[in-house]
Design a protein around this ligand. Sequence first.
Ligand SMILES: *[C@@H]1O[C@H](CO)[C@@H](O)[C@H](O)[C@H]1NC(C)=O
Ligand SMILES: CC(=O)N[C@H]1CO[C@H](CO)[C@@H](O)[C@@H]1O
Length: 293
Amino acid sequence: MVVFSCVKTMVVLVLAFLISVPSMVASAVSLYQDVDVTWGDGRGKILNNGQLLTLSLDRASGSGFQSKNQYLYGKIDMQIKLVPGNSAGTVTAFYLRSEGSSWDEIDFEFLGNLSGDPYIVHTNVYTQGKGNREQQFYLWFDPTADFHTYSFLWNPAHVVFYVDGRPIREFKNLEGAGIEYPKKQPMRLYSSLWNADDWATRGGLVKTDWSEAPFTASFRNFRANGCVWSNGVSSCNSSTSSEKAWLYSQQLDSTNQKKLKWVQKNYMIYDYCTDLKRFPQGLPLECTVRTKS
Ligand SMILES: *[C@@H]1O[C@H](CO)[C@@H](O)[C@H](O)[C@H]1NC(C)=O
Ligand SMILES: CC(=O)N[C@H]1CO[C@H](CO)[C@@H](O)[C@@H]1O
């Protein structure tokens, strides 16, 4: 009797596993479910049954896609393989943005380069339509050779930019010190590939070589663990807190603080917070609060 019920339990467990796994995998990878290609007249394509998305750029146009959902907070990951070879003049953007004229925005922009020369990862944070918070980095790998994961963590306490799970930048909520923080406006994820050869590569010195077109960037494994915003209501109101650990993280733990410092020390090439020439009247407030802490 005991043996029989054990076997029965096992059969039930195995069946439950077999039934749940395929549907979990399918929902994690179908880009059809999560994003829409919104511009580029056929230059943006969802391929392989929803597992891959490519954006391309030629002399006539770039292309782009956006998430179906809007989020008010989220942990969003995407694997991206950037334009290979001579990508000078091209920009692949991957960002969260709200609507209207005093929008909030959290940006990754990947600035292309000549073959063998390093991409720049350009980051920015806008609050109420105002940015001017650029930090730029080189990467510690070739971002065109393979897919790498680029992520945003956005919660009430901080915004963190990650590359392959390694934090590269943190923007803290310092509302207490009078600094605006993005927390009232839901944002959508956008991505695009476009020509910016007036500024992208060596400040605009190197132009796009159109004989190399079309340029193509690839995307896969979009994962949005977010509070979906719909008709003024956040989905986080209805789910349990244990599923949303990212929503409650207050700060980077010491391991991640070390990782962040390593990137900033070895790979950061521009930080608005140290650009005294640009801000002769004094650095932005968040920069001075940050150095005091
Ligand atoms: C391109 O390569 C040059 C030379 O190594 C470098 O100065 C520059 O920062 C690189 N990246 C971009 C986007 O200009
Ligand atoms: C936990 C949580 O997100 N609660 C929110 C539920 O919705 C109301 C009204 O939209 C918010 O005020 C709560 O903060």
